[in-house]
Design a protein around this ligand. Structure first.
Ligand code: COA
Length: 380
């Protein structure tokens, strides 16, 4: 008989500090910092490449370092031909997140430094992953739709190149800025579920590709990254601003989980929402789809009044991606194209100061009982 006393327990690890990080701070009072820099200022002024460099290297780059970083990413974008072949072999109805997860996993043996978890090798692998995750998404999507992948445009930023390689359109300057801002908003969020999954994998001293494969699998779920795809289904269903309140009241009465609302850490607002909301408003004016923001705002007002739950970034990301003409199935992969920078930075940090992550569980099964072999009347 065990003598273990019942320990403190927090379902879903809510409120549990599971590790230290210097990379990112999520302030429950609607704040977010990357290595000490406020997201609001960075979203307006920085490029995604600067943020990715900052997350990985702890400091912002000089002009020279930034240029070199961009060139490294540009060089690493193409996929091995075997990986492209694999993308062609997948069933045509494969979800882009499953393509991405499979692609990241398959890239592993092509990396000559796969099993070198030293700091410098991990940074080099991170650059390869940041570059190739975007290519897996764009090339996978085009292949799935019977089209050939487009050639890289090394002159474009990573976010703009993703846009170009999906749509065939070189985005105008304002759209490039918008894509960069969206990528910056999604780049990291401390111990969110996918990053934590990646850190757990990295903490066993498995390689960075294994960690990013875990993270991709975890991001897919609708309670996490998958919410930005699910939110669009909801907004399509609501349809017009005047229907939002009624729709929300009915959904709450049916005890439905409303995608794009609620957050484990933010209880007074998601730091990224005001920026994403303004992007949606701006885009709405530019493309003549001004109804999405009032639909979201009316849903927000009703949810706040009824349950005091705040919207999260995925509520507004959904119409933004739709207005940018992306297939909703790409919403979560585009999130991943940015978050891979955060995932890799966390793998580097985890393996630089590693300790196995292995919590306990609280046993709630049957008490000790004697074994009864099959056939001795143990069944129902
Ligand atoms: N719709 C309806 N009710 C919700 C809700 C939502 N989106 N989010 C939370 N709630 C409810 C919970 O069911 C719970 O109700 P109860 O007390 O009656 O059981 C209450 O609000 C408190 O929930 P909380 O403990 O704060 O949620 P959590 O931390 O366990 O879960 C999420 C956080 C993000 C998983 C959850 O809010 C959710 O599922 N949101 C929708 C998915 C989504 O948008 N994910 C993206 C997150 S960035």
């Amino acid at each position: 008989m065990t003598t273990e006393t019942k320990p403190a327990y927090s379902p879903g690890l809510a409120g549990v500090i599971a590790g230290e990080t210097e990379i990112c701070w999520v302030d429950p009072n609607a704040g977010l910092m990357y290595r000490g820099y406020d997201i609001h200022e960075m979203a307006e002024k920085a490029s995604f490449e600067e943020i990715a460099y900052l997350l990985l290297n702890a400091e912002l780059p000089t002009m020279e370092q930034l240029e070199k970083f961009k060139q490294q990413i540009g060089r690493e974008r193409p996929l091995p031909k075997e990986v492209l072949e694999m993308l062609r072999l997948l069933p045509k109805n494969t979800h882009p997140m499953d393509m991405l997860r499979t692609g990241v996993s398959m890239l592993a043996p092509f990396d000559p430094e796969l099993n070198d978890n030293s700091h410098d090798a991990n940074i080099r692998k991170a650059i390869r992953l940041i570059a190739k995750v975007s290519t897996l998404i764009t090339d996978g999507y085009r292949i799935q739709h019977g089209e050939d992948p487009l050639p890289e445009r090394p002159d474009l930023t990573l976010a703009a190149n993703l846009f170009y390689k999906l749509t065939g359109e070189v985005p105008p300057t304002w759209k490039i800025r918008m894509m960069d801002t969206i990528f910056i908003l999604y780049a990291d969020h401390e111990f969110n579920a996918s990053t934590f999954a990646g850190r757990v994998t990295a903490a066993t001293l498995a390689d960075m590709y294994a960690a990013v494969t875990s993270a991709c699998g975890t991001l897919k779920g609708p309670l996490h990254g998958g919410a930005n795809e699910e939110s669009m289904k909801m907004l399509d269903e609501v349809g017009t601003p005047d229907r939002a309140e009624k729709w929300m009241m009915e959904a709450l009465a049916e005890k439905k989980k409303i995608m794009g609302f609620g957050h484990r850490v933010y209880k007074e607002g998601d730091s990224r929402v005001p920026i994403m909301r303004e992007i949606a408003r701006d885009l709405g004016k530019r493309v003549g789809k001004e109804e999405w923001v009032p639909i979201c705002e009316n849903l927000e007002a009703t949810m706040d009044r009824e349950k005091h739950l705040c919207a999260n970034v995925d509520l507004y990301a959904a119409p933004v991606f739709t207005m940018l003409n992306f297939d909703p199935a790409l919403n979560t992969p585009i999130f991943a194209a940015s978050r891979v920078a955060g995932w890799c930075a966390h793998v580097v940090e985890q393996q630089d100061h590693n300790r196995l992550i292995r919590p306990r569980s609280l046993y709630t099964g049957p008490a000790a009982r004697p074994y009864k072999p099959a056939g001795s009347g143990n069944g129902a």
